[in-house]
Design a protein around this ligand. Structure first.
Ligand code: NAD
Length: 292
């Protein structure tokens, strides 16, 4: 059994992005510039945006965080987005989700210029991805593909079971793994799936992205399977200083001995998500998906 080390892969990818940025800057280009809009005081969102800022610094990007109060109206946010769309100094930007309830996330996503949509959530990028055209791939599924690539895990002809059908993880993951080059036969499971345990147990590769702590148990996993755990759930703990710990969607200690490869939580998929965002921003700066 091999533990997939997301921290190691993320560090290697960050080094390679940093080298490329240093070369670009030495050749006279400006450093890629990523902007994050943060609305309100949500603690988890502030942490995520902080990590993104730190990662930008590590790879040599410029990073700007636009902090807006929780009572910002939808119209005000859309105006900010229009400003960033038009600003030639900004290569890519994200609006950190979730947004306060009075703002439509879908309207916000669709207001972002697809050329600057480095989260890859705009329907133009989603549509291009599904059609197999160059696009900004959503960061978490893209990070998982990078892990599979790094470890040389065979996917062609394998049965991959994806648990979860969200727009940001399950659905794009299932689509990408079925595409040419990855060539999996994919089954998507969701909250209404019948015989879920049997379906998951038939997977050569299982991607658990449902957000239910320790849902996947050893009896649901085929011997020798590759298990990718996307879930992050905070649970109280008296063993940590913070008073809480993170659990994945997989009951790790039980499942790991049956696997050929498994991602831990934390330290598996998590570190990859931010690196994928950096890769998309680099592509935006270079005009790789949409020529400038
Ligand atoms: P979501 O809540 O949007 O979607 C969950 C999906 O799981 C839904 O499609 C639902 O149908 C399915 N589901 C729910 N209960 C189920 C059940 N009992 N059986 C089968 N399917 C069920 O969540 P999301 O945004 O896709 O995130 C999923 C998990 O991944 C969360 O824990 C989230 O925190 C985590 N996440 C981690 C990263 C990372 O970087 N590691 C990134 C994004 C999300």
């Amino acid at each position: 059994m091999t533990i997939i080390d997301g921290k190691e892969v993320a560090a290697a990818m960050k080094r390679s992005i940093a080298e490329e940025v240093a070369r670009m800057v030495a050749d006279g280009a400006k450093a890629p510039h990523l902007v994050a809009i943060l609305v309100g005081e949500d603690g988890a969102s502030q942490t995520y945006v902080g990590h993104k800022e730190k990662c930008c610094n590590e790879v040599g990007f410029r990073s700007t965080v636009v902090r807006l109060p929780g009572e910002t109206t939808e119209a005000e946010l859309l105006e900010r987005i229009a400003g960033l769309n038009a600003d030639p100094d900004v290569d890519g930007f994200i609006v950190q989700l979730p947004l306060p309830g009075h703002i439509s996330e879908q309207k916000v996503i669709e207001a972002i210029d697809p050329r600057k949509d480095v989260d890859g959530f705009h329907p133009v990028n989603t549509g291009r991805m599904i059609s197999g055209l160059p696009s900004y791939l959503p960061a978490t599924p893209d990070g998982i593909l990078s892990l599979l690539r790094y470890y040389g895990i065979e996917t062609a002809g394998k049965h991959c079971v994806v648990i979860g059908r969200s727009n940001i993880v399950g659905r794009p993951m299932a689509n990408l793994l079925s595409q040419k080059g990855w060539d999996c036969t994919v089954t998507v499971c969701h909250s209404r799936t019948a015989n879920l345990r049997e379906v998951v147990a038939s997977g050569d590769i299982v991607v658990a992205a449902l957000g239910k702590a320790e849902f996947v148990t050893a009896d649901m996993v085929k011997e020798g399977a590759v298990v990718i755990d996307v879930g992050i759930t905070r649970v109280p703990s008296d063993k940590t200083k913070s008073g809480w710990k993170l659990l994945g969607d997989v009951k790790y200690d039980d499942v790991a001995p049956r696997c050929s490869y498994i991602t831990p939580v934390p330290g598996g998929v998590g570190p990859m998500t931010i690196v994928s965002l950096m890769q998309n921003t680099l592509k935006a700066a270079k005009g790789e998906i949409y020529p400038k």
